[in-house]
Design a protein around this ligand. Structure first.
Ligand SMILES: [Zn+2]
Length: 278
């Protein structure tokens, strides 16, 4: 803190009582700062936790994420090694630094989600086409268990709200699918990580309709927009479908065809009721 008091002027010396750290004056080498007046209106840079999959094996993912184009704060192997009965997670970027994991992105009115997030990459093969459909690779329980521990710590330290624990696909639905429909959002929400609607309220908002019953697509998109997704009037039907599919992959993974149906609408209403709008 204090490299001697060579600069002391008697008056200052009295004020700062010896220029030691406990006075609230910190020596930063070429200058000093007075940290005695800490403003309460100070907020964390980190507001969002973004979950990804790497769509590749560990060595390839680690090489990509430590290259010059993209990065993430953490990388969790498909089956994390254990050290002293604890899972080992790779940290590639300090949390206080910005990592390049989100790309062009939007959530709850904010863009540039890299600026306000911590990004966690899960080693996972992603999807491959089989019979014209995307087949996603499952996540290992040990990997999810490690993620739970890491996510809980990040959420607690930055006081991240449930609705701000998001998929990459939630914040960039036109470009991204990850972490995909096999990612266990519901299980994590039961552990206090992320948002999930109350089943009873979803049932209420079905108003007796079958879940598959078609609903007005623009009305559904309005609800999704209010929850946080980027929706724009000039979107093509294909783009609208991708927004709905991203929401479904997160909250109704049994069917994520991007079709506007009553169950998807009921889930959106239940989420808005529980968490408010963005
Ligand atoms: Zn991603």
């Amino acid at each position: 803190m204090s490299k001697g008091c060579w600069w002391t002027i008697p008056l200052l010396a009295a004020l700062l009582s010896g220029c030691a750290g406990n006075t609230g004056i910190e020596d930063r080498g070429a200058y000093k700062v007075d940290v005695r007046h800490q403003a309460p209106a100070a907020y964390s840079r980190v507001k969002v936790l973004v979950i990804h999959y790497t769509a590749g094996d560990f060595d390839t993912s680690l090489a990509t994420l430590t290259g010059h184009d993209v990065s993430a704060h953490y990388l969790i192997p498909a089956v994390p090694p254990q050290s002293g009965a604890k899972p080992v997670i790779w940290q590639l970027v300090p949390e206080e630094k910005l990592a390049w994991h989100a790309g062009i992105s939007f959530w709850r009115g904010a863009t540039r989600i890299n600026d306000t997030s911590v990004g966690v990459e899960l080693e996972n093969d992603g999807w491959r086409l089989a019979a014209g459909k995307k087949q996603f690779a499952p996540f290992q329980p040990a990997q999810i268990a490690a993620l739970e521990k890491l996510a809980r710590s990040i959420i607690e330290r930055y006081q991240i709200k449930p609705w701000n624990v998001v998929a990459h696909a939630d914040i960039a639905p036109q470009r991204k699918d990850d972490p995909g429909p096999l990612f266990p959002w519901r299980q994590l929400a039961q552990q206090g990580i992320g948002a999930w609607p109350e089943a009873g309220r979803v049932n209420f908002y079905l108003f007796g309709r079958p879940g598959w019953q078609p609903v007005d697509r623009l009305s559904l998109l309005d609800l999704l927009s209010r929850y946080g997704y980027e929706v724009a009037p000039e979107m093509t039907p294909q783009q609208q479908q991708r927004v709905i599919a991203a929401f479904q992959m997160h909250f109704r993974p049994a069917r994520y065809d991007g079709v506007a149906d009553a169950e998807t609408e009921a889930i959106a209403r239940a989420l808005l009721e529980k968490y408010g709008q963005g």
